[in-house]
Write a protein that binds this ligand. Sequence first.
Ligand SMILES: Nc1ncnc2c1ncn2[C@@H]1O[C@H](COP(=O)(O)OP(=O)(O)OP(=O)(O)O)[C@@H](O)[C@H]1O
Ligand SMILES: [Mg+2]
Length: 290
Amino acid sequence: MPCHIIALANQKGGVGKTTTAINLAACLAERRQRVLLIDLDPQANSTSGLGLQPSPGCSVYEALLGHGKLADKVQPTAMEHLFLIPSEVDLAGAEVDIARLDRYLHRFKEALDPLLATTTFDVVLVDCPPSLGILTMNALTAVQSVIIPLQCEYYALEGLSVITRLISQIRDSGANPTLDIEGIVLTMYDGRTNLAQQVVEEVRKHFGDKVYHAAIPRNIRISEAPSHGKPIILYDEKSSGAEAYRALAKEFLKQKKEEAISVTLPEPVPSSPASAPPSPPVDASTCPPG
Ligand SMILES: Nc1ncnc2c1ncn2[C@@H]1O[C@H](COP(=O)(O)OP(=O)(O)OP(=O)(O)O)[C@@H](O)[C@H]1O
Ligand SMILES: [Mg+2]
């Protein structure tokens, strides 16, 4: 399979971007996918959530400015198939520094391409900050598609229209002409509340198949795991949260496999007149006059 490069983005804070980035990455790695998680958020929650320290010089920052190679920043994690490029606090300054440079939207892509040309990953996930600033725009310019984590609350749909509009703008501007929504994942879902059910109904009405069937329930074990520096499948592998993220990874891979098959299947050959099936008998009564 080709490498899938996907951002986890939503300008709204605290909706489960980082939790989904860490746990989807871990569950894909568990399925023997080689996964690279890139922490593009100066808060460095993906970094600490995987038990690594955000330290000066460890992040994408220098590579965004055109110094050094991103390949040197890749670190192993506790899982054999999962790798991380950490974040650091200084990354906050990148917003200002990059804005002054040429091709400021393409900085992350230009750093990422050489890494992907030399190292084989099946999936690259990019955890974005809760804003639509230059870091998120760089992520959206570099990736193939976006997973939008969505918390089922009153303003969810308004928030969703903001990020989907930005995706369209980046696509239409030519910065990333094939950018698409990969999927919408419902997070902290509580199916017992009417509000959650109404939000899901509305989102499915607008986005149909783009909404993953695997919804992530609100689960205390998920929120405890990062303070132990572990994804949920290592912290409590029997929890409902672990089950849900495993289901999400399975659904993700199934979709990717189906897409790959539909791309590689040969076009159906148009049948030649000789082998064409016989025409149905013509019912004279239905023929137009003349
Ligand atoms: N399914 C869940 N069940 C319980 N708590 C959750 C769940 N998902 C996320 N949380 C908690 O909600 C908070 C916000 O989640 P997270 O950090 O993943 O959101 P985020 O969108 O990355 O936030 P930010 O916008 O600040 O980067 C965290 O404390 C996290 O542990
Ligand atoms: Mg986050």
